[in-house]
Design a protein. Structure first.
Length: 222
């Protein structure tokens, strides 16, 4: 009979919490606290995504773990936050301490909750280098960027990054930031109204400079 390897494996959740700040896609990174069991820590001084172990004895699901991390490590109420499971990371040597499996997630901070998070936790995602991070978190961040690009036209993820009432130019800016390219306004509007249930409101945005005020819109989830 074939022997079965029953070595215990730690299960963890890591979360890329994203927001658009100052016209750029940002992600939350925290200092790697290290592990007191190891004098030589290869990730000393590096940043990591917020994460933590699944609390098996507490009967947690991986979703419970994600919510606990967002609440306790970031101090953010996860109600209303878009959270999605990204991918499972199983590389044998992904954690120098023990064999572990991480279930990666990403979350999008609603526009009205950004001010609840210390700004120093946010880092522009395109400025992050692999050598700045511990574990396989650079790979996770790259996967998050690709997932957002792939979903933005066929799911409603973009509407988590603007106010409930938004202007067309504000939403187009979100698409351009995620896609990394400029879009033609006429073509963007046509595709947007074809793909999503957008309602133009009888309200105008506050003036921020010269020119005519823009009409406000809202997205109706179907």
């Amino acid at each position: 009979m074939e022997s079965i390897d029953t070595e215990k494996i730690r299960m963890a959740a890591d979360i890329g919490i994203c927001a658009i700040i100052d016209g750029r896609l940002n992600i939350i990174l925290i200092d790697w606290a290290g592990d007191a069991r190891y004098e030589a820590d290869p990730y000393k001084g590096r940043k990591v995504l917020p994460g933590g172990l699944l609390h098996v004895s507490a009967g947690e699901t991986i979703e419970d773990t994600v919510h606990r991390i967002i609440r306790k490590k970031i101090g953010l109420n996860f109600d209303g936050i878009y959270i999605e499971q990204l991918k499972t990371y199983t590389r044998v040597n992904r954690d120098y301490r023990d064999r572990s499996i991480a279930v990666g997630h990403f979350a999008l901070v609603p526009y009205d909750k950004i001010s609840d998070i210390p700004k120093e936790l946010f880092f522009p995602i395109d400025d992050i280098k692999e050598e700045d991070l511990g574990f396989d978190h650079y790979e996770m961040i790259c996967d998050i960027k690709e997932r957002l690009k792939g979903k933005i036209w066929y799911t409603d993820v973009s509407f988590s990054l603007v106010p409930k009432k938004f202007t067309l130019s504000k939403l187009q800016n979100v698409f351009e930031i995620i896609l990394g390219e400029k879009l033609v306004p006429y073509s963007f509007r046509k595709k947007l109204f074809s793909n999503f249930n957008i309602v133009e409101l009888n309200e105008m945005a506050e003036m921020t400079g010269a020119g005519r005020p823009s009409r406000l819109m809202t997205y109706l989830k179907e």
